[in-house]
Design a protein around this ligand. Structure first.
Ligand code: SF4
Length: 312
């Protein structure tokens, strides 16, 4: 098991719940998409996995392991996993890169820490990867600083950094947010090719259900810090059963919707189903959260699931 999360609960320090309790499993080489809009808790989950929760947020319950190693406690075992076997490609390359370090210094940082590699040895080993990412491998380019390259190059440098120690699990946090559709498609093709070549598993965080379904074989939909629906990507795309998943699909297809409104702030969320204020057809029982229906890999939490479409 690459990743095992059990009843993970994240709260603000004043006790307001932000995420969970959440269960999640990821097998080696598996491609899982975590889908939800801003505020659903996706990025907080990633920050928890890497032990970098922002100030004011605490781990209030549950446990999680990567490759059998507990990741919820600081220590050498966790440090050996982070950046090596489990790597993170952050959302904003501009913020992720240090303006005072050259590209070469960025690329050789983790190989130096985790493999004891010299910068020259690391850059030689990484040459084929940089070429595949269509990044120059020569000194003039690697001596540049982040502000001296294009946005697309910064993004591919971040991907190269994440892959620099040959991780088995890659966490991609909204990696295509700043890209136009053509660049997004090219990036997706590139990641899928690297995934196949390296037997890499990944956790792809996104608000775009259509993108997630192209990138991943399995999806987990989050809303208001709660798991709403999980299932094979093809099934969620063709026959979503949760009203929120259906809403995401409508948005991904840019179709009009009668549903409106925004995700309430964590302290203002209603009891029971957090989607209730926006749900087109809530049931009388939605004020109390019912139990998960189905199995963890294919199921949902909803009092009034949508009917599966009859076979054509
Ligand atoms: S039917 Fe109830 S549980 Fe299902 S999405 Fe609507 S409010 Fe939530």
């Amino acid at each position: 098991m690459s990743l095992a999360i059990d009843a993970l609960l994240l709260e603000r320090v004043d006790g307001v719940r932000l995420l969970g309790p959440l269960d999640l499993r990821l097998d080696p080489g598996e491609r899982l998409g975590l889908v939800g809009e801003s505020g659903s808790g996706k990025s907080l989950l990633v920050q928890a996995l890497f032990g970098v929760l922002p100030p004011g947020v605490r781990l209030a319950g549950g446990k999680f392991t990567a490759f059998g190693v507990p990741m919820d406690q600081p220590g050498r075992d966790r440090d050996l996993i982070r950046g090596a076997r489990m790597a993170w490609m952050p959302q904003d390359p501009r913020q992720a890169l240090n303006p005072l370090l050259s590209l070469g210094q960025h690329l050789t940082l983790l190989p130096g820490v985790h493999r004891g590699e010299s910068p020259s040895a690391a850059l030689e080993r990484l040459g084929p990867l940089l070429e595949r990412l269509e990044l120059p491998t020569g000194g003039p380019f690697l001596g540049r600083f982040p502000h001296q390259i294009s946005g697309g190059q910064r993004q591919r440098i971040c991907l190269a950094m994440a892959l620099a120690c040959d991780p088995e699990l890659l966490v991609l946090d909204e990696p295509t947010t700043a890209l136009d559709p053509l660049a997004e498609a090219a990036f997706l093709d590139l990641v899928l090719e690297l995934q196949r070549q390296r037997g890499l598993g990944f956790l792809w965080i996104t608000h775009d259900l259509a993108l997630a379904s192209r990138a991943c074989e399995r999806l987990l939909v989050l809303y208001g810090g709660e798991a709403m629906e999980a299932g094979p990507a093809a099934r969620l795309l063709s026959a979503p059963r949760h009203p929120y998943t259906a809403r995401l699909l409508t948005a991904a297809r840019r179709q009009p919707s009668s549903e409106s409104g925004f995700l309430p702030a964590p302290q203002d969320r209603p009891a029971g189903c957090p989607f209730r204020p926006r749900c087109p057809d809530p049931a009388g029982t939605c004020g109390a959260w019912g139990s998960w229906r189905g199995n963890p890999h294919d199921g949902l939490r909803c009092e009034r699931p949508l009917e599966a479409a009859p076979p054509a």
